[in-house]
Design a protein around this ligand. Structure first.
Ligand SMILES: *Cc1c(COP(=O)(O)O)cnc(C)c1O
Length: 445
């Protein structure tokens, strides 16, 4: 397993993250446990911010909170001077509860409800990223009722396909997201938006996909957006002060993954903007980006306790852990791959190839196929790396399994940021209708 950030093997032969022995974390908090290397999260934040500072352009780096959203994470994002993307009332509520400055919140989503729009306008968030014509009308109407003018970007689909897994591409024409650039609906949307009394059009947004390993896609998107901005200026005399080029910056999950350094992605984007807008005498816009995975992905590690083994001679050896698709649905959803190691026997040589199964009632509940490990024993601690993004965020209570705790580790200290769910959390929202309540029955004989 590749050791990310502050992860290392200590002199006891144990995995250590943020200066804390993984076996000590297991004793203190139990398993499964999500562990975040806080220094690495902050390092990633700073890589984005300093790359933009070096560009000389105005910018906002907005953390796409859907990757991992808890109140303590909002504190880090605020402290690092970044903005925050939310896509639901629940994410917005979390940010506001954490005291995140509303003017740095951007609201995304292809079907924002009237209630969500009201909540966000009342909180005076910084910007709505409008996805479709219905939302344009709805947002203008609600803003009008509240006598406010709200900032908007329009999400456009630039027709750029990121080279990544099919399920997580969103920039192509056949997408549920955004106004299509190719068929003229983006142009109509700009016209309509600029005519609404209660909307302040800042510019356009494009997000071309996820886990992207090259800069070409971002360059092409910047080029298309610039050409569109020039056309809009010519036809409608509307200037975009802001261009948002989304997220999707790749990270290293597996040995063969080759993401670029953050600074390389950012430089490609800012250079492409300078080139394409500069060539047309267009006032250089402020650039926004929205990294999610690349902020938290490689900073997360999940610790499990190993339980049962099923050995099918000549076929496969299954090793089961005390979690699975409930804490990490990505292998089942996207065939995502992960690396792992025995955290309590980190220096031992691999001896056999095994597959790591979860404990859910689902054959597809597999975390890793065919990984080399030392001979495992019941009670060993399995560490799966790179689980910081879209793991806790996508966790479920399938099989009524309680969601794990989350801890941040840094400089030898661990802090709980999400408690492990209790049995009461599991039944807390259940209601037994009066007519089904148990009555003491008198049994006649
Ligand atoms: C998911 C998403 C992001 C973040 O994507 P990552 O791959 O996690 O960086 C950014 N912007 C939008 C609009 C998204 O939907």
């Amino acid at each position: 397993m590749y050791l990310h950030g502050t992860s290392k093997i200590n002199n006891k032969g144990h995995l250590e993250i943020g200066g804390v022995d993984a076996t000590a974390l297991v004793s203190e908090y139990g398993t499964p446990l999500y562990v975040f290397d806080e220094a690495l999260v902050r390092q990633r934040c700073r890589e984005f911010v300093s790359a933009f500072q070096a560009s000389g352009l105005k910018y906002q780096v907005a953390y796409a909170s859907k990757a991992f959203m808890v109140m303590a994470m909002c504190r880090i994002v605020e402290e690092e001077g970044m903005s925050l993307d939310v896509v639901s009332d629940g994410e917005l509520y979390t940010a506001l509860q954490a005291g995140f400055p509303a003017e740095r919140i951007h609201f995304h989503g292809n079907n924002k409800t009237p209630e969500e729009i009201e909540m966000a306008i009342d909180a005076r968030i910084g910007c709505f990223v409008v996805d479709n014509f219905d939302e344009l009308q709805l947002l203008n109407a609600i803003a009008g009722e509240k006598r406010q003018k709200v900032n908007i970007l329009l999400r456009i689909t630039p027709g750029v396909e990121a080279h990544t897994h099919e399920y997580i591409s969103t920039g192509q024409t056949d997408s549920k997201f955004g106004f299509d650039l190719g068929n003229g609906s983006a142009f109509r949307a700009i016209k309509e938006a600029s005519e609404q009394a209660h909307l302040q059009l800042l510019g356009v947004h494009s997000h071309i996909g996820s886990q992207i390993f090259e800069v070409e896609g971002f360059r092409m998107a910047a080029e298309k957006v610039a050409a569109f901005a020039v056309e809009v200026r010519k036809e409608l005399s509307v200037i975009f002060p802001v261009i948002n080029l989304g997220g999707g910056f790749g990270i290293r999950y597996m040995e063969g993954d080759t993401p670029l350094p953050v600074a390389v992605y950012v430089k490609a984007i800012t250079d492409a903007i300078k080139e394409n807008f500069g060539a047309n005498d267009y006032p250089l816009p402020e650039i926004w980006v929205e990294p999610g995975r690349s902020i938290v992905g490689d900073a997360g590690t999940t610790l499990y306790t190993i339980g049962t083994t099923k050995d099918i001679p000549g076929v496969r050896k299954y090793i089961a852990v005390n979690g699975g698709m409930t804490d990490n649905p990505r292998p089942a959803l996207y065939e995502s791959e992960y690396e792992a190691m025995l955290a309590n026997r980190a220096t031992e040589q691999p001896e056999e190839v095994v597959s790591i199964a979860g404990k859910c009632c689902e054959s597809g509940d597999m975390l890793i196929w065919d990984i080399q490990l030392p001979k495992v024993h019941v009670g060993d601690v399995l560490a799966v790396s790179c689980t910081g993004a879209y793991n806790y965020a996508m966790a479920s209570n399938y099989n009524r399994i309680r969601r794990p705790a989350v801890v941040f580790v840094k400089d030898g200290q661990s802090d709980l940021v999400v408690k492990r769910e209790t049995y009461n959390d599991i039944v807390g929202n259940d209601v037994i209708p009066e007519r089904m309540k148990q009555v003491s029955k008198s049994v006649s004989s």
